[in-house]
Design a protein around this ligand. Structure first.
Ligand code: SF4
Length: 65
């Protein structure tokens, strides 16, 4: 199991995480990133979650193992 951490102070609302991992990340009406799933990511979504984390240009997302 991996855990996703979001640093909302860093997030600039680019939405790349949402494009790469639409089952995991979403921008809300204010342009703030939110998780669509519990932060402890189930194994089936791990690859997608890591892809979303990787594309964030401001390192606002982190995977913790
Ligand atoms: S890619 Fe990074 S900066 Fe862009 S919305 Fe996602 S967390 Fe925020």
């Amino acid at each position: 199991m991996v855990r996703i951490e979001i640093d909302r102070h860093r997030c600039e609302g680019h939405g790349l995480c949402e494009q790469a991992a639409p089952e995991i990340f979403r921008l809300d009406d204010e342009g703030e990133v939110e998780l669509l799933v519990p932060e402890d990511i189930v194994p089936e979504l791990r690859v997608q979650a890591e892809a979303g984390v990787r594309v964030c240009p401001v390192a606002a997302l982190r995977v913790r193992r």
